[in-house]
Ligand binder design. Structure first.
Ligand SMILES: [Zn+2]
Length: 139
């Protein structure tokens, strides 16, 4: 089970600007990187079209999601998590989110009107520690 997520400042900036750009609808995307034990290391936040385009839920466009998965695989990376935005509510999983999370072992990062938080579902909702890399990506 993932209990910590490390993410670059640049990727948090991407997610924040997606939140603004799609207001009042939810925006979504995937977090590509690697797993190191219980730590998910995010190397890229990749925006994906929300094919539902509602204010209350999201659905990753299946084709883009598949392409992202394929692209990650080719580079020896994986999709370690999913992000979505709550432009008008807090960064807490909605009822719909909770139900969906139960079939997904990856990290859920939510960017809400009150900041960002990360969660996993492990026989219940668990908060995941978020650590921000402030330095410049070197690789
Ligand atoms: Zn949500």
């Amino acid at each position: 089970m993932i209990d910590e997520i490390k993410i670059f400042h640049k990727d948090l900036t991407v997610i924040r600007s997606e939140l603004e750009a799609h207001k009042p609808y939810e925006a979504c995307g995937v977090l590509i990187g690697t797993l190191n034990g219980s730590i998910a290391i995010v190397e890229k936040a990749l925006p994906i079209t929300n094919s539902k385009r509602t204010r209350r839920s999201f659905e990753l466009d299946p084709k883009e999601h598949y392409d992202a998965w394929n692209e990650a695989e080719k580079k020896g990376k994986e999709i370690v998590g999913v992000y979505h935005t709550h432009p008008v509510s807090s960064a807490v999983p909605s009822l719909w989110d909770r139900e969906t999370m139960q079939n997904d072992t990856s990290v859920w990062l939510i960017a809400g009107a009150d900041g960002m938080r990360a969660y996993v579902w492990d026989s219940g909702l668990k908060a995941v520690k978020m650590t921000e890399y402030s330095g410049v990506k070197t690789q």
